[in-house]
Design a protein around this ligand. Structure first.
Ligand code: MIG
Length: 795
């Protein structure tokens, strides 16, 4: 096949006729005159497609993919027009005329179809062009502005320190190139595993096709067949790994500001939380704790004895997380810099000289985190922090941001493209590894964390990320503003990050830049209480943004929702557990559960928090009512216990102190007593809020919330089962794994929506009960017998 000139010097070529193909194990190679494409069968619903315009493959080990399975049970059939690869679930055909790939399911429905030709390339890029239909929706893509459905825009993947996220701003800090396509019936995923610049044009250029393009001579992507969205995500997480369980305190409320110092201020901040009866677990130290922004140092005037301070805070239940930036100050007297130079750990220019940019400490070198040795060294450096009692690490500026390049175009304010990264024997330019920089920084930190504190679970939060980051760190969405628009925009952004394999996500509650109004702050706190990572943060030159800075009414609202967050800890922790097992998000769009319902395909102003709770935040000023969509099934208003039929829009009251919360009929929600911080009290009484449907089951995971002993079986799983019949109900409690003693004494079972006083209650163990006729709640208290317990109620 030929080529054509679109513009001067931009010669576009495409695969052309396939001359020969080979199979070897799970791999097929297809050669045309100028290019080669490789299909690897990984499982019955996943294939990897690599294309090279140079006829050879890079074969650089992936940063993202940690588990690439091999599937050999598939058939290959050559016909006149195409070669067919058939697994149990999908058939991929490779057109002999042009190399294009068409994938269909076992019933023959076309799921994915290259159009015009397969791959095309220029001297700088490789592109793949696929058919798009009018019913297609696009989800995932990590951290992007806009609505839930990403259709209609072109996005670029290039990690950028972009402090002003206006509605169409792109790119931001993270790259997670997982594109989920859903046509209303079938979902599939395309995961482009490339750390160079990428573009996804999802219908901006044309509404007949979408494209993805890499700034490289090679394209490498995984095609994942669903048919459901959940399966796409879980298959993606089988490849890239899952979040491991964080320490339970990381689910508590976290307080941040740029910056809390000196020590007295940090301590009095902590005391204020306790005095004001507002629960809080974590306080952050931003860049000003360091000695002139030198990483792994302390400013000894501001923090004369960090170890002592951290110990005192710990005794009050506070954990401290410190920021760590990648830039290492160029300073001949500074050991970290000197060591990095001596051990050859910094990124270098082609000339062999260390590249120096400029960040907070001034002129600085950038560790080459693509090298194993650098990551190890960096990890060990955290002894200075973690060894002194710091509880977690906050990685910032790791796109990486570089102030030495001044440009209106923020994508340029980073380490230049021609700097070299070593990647352990696979040296390429920064341009090719750019999007992995923050990821590998986190990887080094995480490994170091595990060495320094082998008995603890690492806690980290990062701004920049690449696919697979969930293995190492939680993420936050960078420098938002105290704008209503950002409060609203955070919902689809968090949901799409969740759909991209990263369940532990949140944004700066209250907004980072600008001053929040009391009303905005209250509304944001309500939403924040239902985001996996729950941290308030504000910038250096803003007014104080602590929960008590906005008057009494707002302080009360903050207290109410932060306390609710703590009461929901068992539920929330269980959601984290499930996410660690499945890879599925905690904060999830309704489309994940109600895919057949067209009304939810782009619904992004309400969301599910875990399996039972739906949140419909207020995200506009002067608003005390909002429209809520209830999907199929029944829904309880959390505040009034009023039950609604699903599949309807309702208007609910939402005065400033009310966040509309709905509980799915058929839910069991475990709750803990109020506490000031995680672990303050043993949860000796576990309350189950039970919202009946005909049949309901719930499985609760519990462990010590801190150590890694759960990996050796030290955890408890208890199953709860409710069955409702005409004249009563029965409830079973069944411990199914008893590897950990949760020190529970009692259960309080609150059965909601009970309209009659019971005439008879029987239980395998001693119990007491109370029926509240006004609330229509039957409350039964019984001891945790640690064996199977059965309760029957007759009305
Ligand atoms: O150039 O460390 O997004 O959360 O407070 C700004 C100071 C650097 C950006 C982070 C923000 C943090 C701030 N940092």
């Amino acid at each position: 096949m030929g080529f054509w000139e679109t513009q001067e010097n931009v010669r576009v070529q495409c695969t052309g006729k396939i001359d020969k193909f080979y199979r070897e194990g799970n791999t097929l190679l297809f050669y045309s005159e100028k290019a080669v494409q490789r299909v690897k069968v990984l499982s019955s619903n996943c294939i990897r497609i690599t294309f090279s315009s140079k006829k050879t493959f890079l074969d650089i080990p992936s940063f993202a993919v940690v588990n690439e399975p091999i599937e050999e049970s598939f058939s290959v059939q050559e016909k006149d027009e195409a070669i067919f690869i058939r697994t149990k679930e999908i058939t991929a055909s490779i057109d002999k005329q042009n190399g294009r790939i068409i994938i269909s399911d076992s019933k023959g429905n076309i799921i994915s179809e290259d159009i015009d030709y397969g791959f095309s390339w220029t001297k700088d890029t490789v592109k793949c062009k696929k058919k798009m239909s009018s019913s297609d929706h696009f989800y995932g893509l990590g951290e992007k502005t806009g609505y839930l459905d990403k259709k209609g825009r072109k996005y670029v993947m290039w990690n950028t320190d972009e402090p002003t996220h206006t509605p169409t701003k792109d790119p931001l800090y993270k790259t997670i190139p997982l594109l989920i396509t859903f046509n209303g019936h079938y979902a599939s995923g395309i995961f482009v595993d490339k750390t160079c610049k990428l573009w996804f044009d999802l219908g901006e250029e044309n509404n007949e096709y979408f494209t993805f393009e890499a700034e490289d001579f090679e394209m490498d992507y995984y095609f994942i067949y669903g048919p459901g969205i959940k399966r796409v995500i879980s298959t993606y997480c089988d490849l890239t790994g899952k979040m491991s369980l964080p320490p339970m305190w990381a689910l508590g409320y976290q307080q941040c500001r740029f910056s809390y110092y000196p020590e007295e201020m940090v301590k009095s901040l902590a005391d204020s939380f306790r005095q004001k009866d507002i629960p809080c677990d974590v306080i952050y130290l931003d860049i000003d704790y360091m000695n002139k922004y030198r990483v792994f140092t302390w400013n000894s005037n501001r923090f004369p004895d960090p170890e002592k301070m951290l110990k005192e805070l710990r005794e009050k239940g506070f954990k401290v997380v410190t920021i760590v930036d990648p830039g290492v100050k160029k300073d001949a007297e500074y050991d970290v810099y000197v060591e990095g130079v001596k051990k050859d750990l910094f990124c270098k220019q082609v000339t062999g000289e260390i590249y120096h940019g400029k960040v907070w400490p001034g002129v600085a070198a950038f560790p080459d985190f693509s090298k194993e040795e650098t990551r190890q060294w960096w990890g060990e450096k955290h002894q200075e922090l973690l060894g002194k009692g710091v509880a977690g690490i906050w990685n910032d500026m790791n796109e990486p941001s570089d102030f030495s390049i001044e440009s209106q175009d923020r994508t340029l304010c980073t380490v230049p493209n021609d700097v070299i990264m070593d990647n352990d024997g696979h040296p390429r330019t920064f341009a090719k590894y750019h999007n992995s920089y923050g990821f590998n920084m986190c990887r080094g930190t995480y490994e170091g964390f595990k060495k320094i504190k082998p008995n603890e679970r690492p806690f980290m939060v990062t701004r920049s990320a690449y696919a697979g980051i969930q293995r190492y760190s939680s993420v936050w969405t960078g420098d938002n503003h105290s704008w209503w628009e950002h409060l609203a925009a955070s919902m689809p952004m968090h949901m799409n990050i969740g759909l991209s394999g990263v369940p532990f996500v949140g944004g700066d509650v209250g907004g980072f830049q600008d001053n929040a109004t009391p009303e905005l702050f209250a509304r944001w706190m309500q939403l924040g209480a239902f985001t996996p990572f729950f941290r308030a943060h504000s910038c250096i030159d803003t007014k104080p943004h602590e929960p008590w800075e906005f008057g009494e009414e707002v302080e009360d609202i903050c207290r109410k929702y932060i306390k609710l967050r703590y009461k929901l800890l068992p539920y929330n922790y269980n959601e984290f557990y499930k996410a660690s097992q499945t890879g599925l998000p905690i904060m999830r769009p309704l489309v994940l559960e109600y895919a057949d319902d067209e009304d939810v395909h782009n619904l992004c102003d309400q969301f599910l928090y875990g399996e039972s709770i739906m949140i419909a935040p207020v995200y506009r000023p002067s608003t005390d009512k909002r429209c809520v969509y209830l999907p199929e099934g029944g829904w309880y208003d959390y505040w009034t216990d009023k039950v609604y039929e699903g599949k309807q829009y309702i208007l609910v009251d939402a005065p400033l102190d009310t966040l509309p919360i709905f509980i799915k009929c058929g839910s069991i929600i475990p709750m803990a007593p109020e506490m000031n911080y995680v672990g303050e009290k043993v949860v000796d009484v576990l309350t189950l809020e039970i919202y009946p449907d005909k049949e309901t089951t719930y499985s609760l995971y519990e462990d010590d919330g801190l150590s890694n002993r759960y990996k050796e079986g030290e955890y408890r799983i208890t199953n709860f089962e409710l069955m409702v019949n005409q004249d009563g109900l029965s409830f079973n409690i069944t411990p199914v794994h008893k590897g950990y003693d949760v020190k529970r004494e009692k259960y309080v079972l609150n059965f909601h929506d009970i309209n009659k006083e019971p005439v008879k209650i029987q239980c395998t163990d001693e119990f007491s009960y109370y029926y509240d006729v006004h609330k229509r709640i039957l409350s039964i208290t019984l001891k945790d017998a640690k064996t199977q317990q059965v309760i029957t109620v007759n009305y």
